[in-house]
Design a protein. Structure first.
Length: 302
């Protein structure tokens, strides 16, 4: 019986230490998010992050990988995702070549041939198996399971074994157990509900839109050449848009893109014309763009 997987090494020793570490890598986390992330690292638990698109759920996994000097293994979920794409598959062309070479050499024992082609050398590791079984001597990576809500429910059920025991079962080889637990971050945009069985295995945090002060700090950090007055206008206008009944309110990612576009246009300040011309950077649905006519834009600016 193998020993249970150890928790990840090298994690920050306090919430303040993690906040500082994230800050040095340009991720300005709220205190609540930093606390939950610290507990996930310390306890070796997966971290489930839910929230609207563009609020920084994926980015924290990327930042943690950089900050902890670990490899990021990303599994982008989608409808129809299966174990061959997410966990492993056998390299069939290489297996067939091995069989032909063995037959050419006079090998007739079919059972021996069968054993010979089901070896680790013929196994193609996908994201989940890469995270569970990294190369010898490499630290356990940060595993990002991105937009799990887009995957089908049977795949979500498959994750239960991995998140409960940090192991993957391969029928031809047996069970592969993690020597060290990866740092697992799961994101969801809530296009469907994640099941309770998976939620119970995770620590949870809802990533909300940043308040005005934090969004302004993020803009200044990401775009240091952005004039202070224009940065304030961008944040104020974005915050007002999020209070409207839009199909998809702009996230912090869209606000950063918009500010970058305004820099490229040499805009010194917001006015109805420049906002109308650049709404396609901030909003992604025609109904939302149409709802913001010049009069409405002027009203929001005022």
């Amino acid at each position: 019986m193998s020993e249970p997987a150890a928790t990840a090494r090298g994690a920050p020793t306090s919430v303040d230490a993690l906040s500082t570490l994230l800050d040095t890598h340009d991720y300005l986390a709220s205190r609540a998010l930093a606390t939950t992330a610290f507990l996930a690292l310390s306890l070796g638990k997966p971290l489930l992050l839910e929230g609207e698109a563009g609020v920084g759920k994926t980015e924290i996994a990327k930042t943690l990988a950089r900050a902890l000097n670990k490899r990021l293994v990303r599994l982008q979920c989608y409808e129809g995702l299966d174990t061959a794409s997410a966990v492993y598959e056998w390299n069939v062309p290489r297996q067939l070549m091995e069989i032909r070479l063995a037959e050419a050499a006079g090998e007739k024992d079919r059972e021996a041939l069968s054993r010979g082609i089901y070896q680790p050398a013929f196994l193609e590791k996908r994201a989940l198996l890469q995270a569970i079984d990294p190369p010898e001597g490499e630290a356990a990576p940060v595993l990002l399971i991105d937009e799990l809500d887009r995957a089908d429910e049977p795949f979500e059920a498959y994750l239960l074994e991995l998140l409960a025991e940090y192991q993957v079962t391969i029928p031809e080889l047996g069970t592969v157990r993690a020597r060290e637990r990866p740092n697992v971050i799961i994101t969801s945009n809530r296009t469907r509900e994640i099941h309770d069985a998976l939620r119970r295995r995770c620590l949870y945090h809802w990533v909300d839109y940043p308040d005005t002060a934090r969004e302004l700090a993020i803009l200044k950090r990401k775009l240091p050449t952005l004039p202070a007055a224009l940065a304030q206008q961008v944040v104020t206008f974005s915050q007002k848009l999020r209070a409207l009944d839009l199909y998809k309110a702009p996230g912090i990612a869209e606000a950063i893109d918009w500010a970058e576009a305004l820099i490229a246009l040499d805009a010194a300040a917001l006015d109805p014309e420049v906002i109308s011309d650049t709404l396609g950077v901030l909003l992604k649905y025609q109904d939302d763009v149409t709802a913001l006519n010049r009069e409405r834009i002027a009203e929001l600016l005022g």
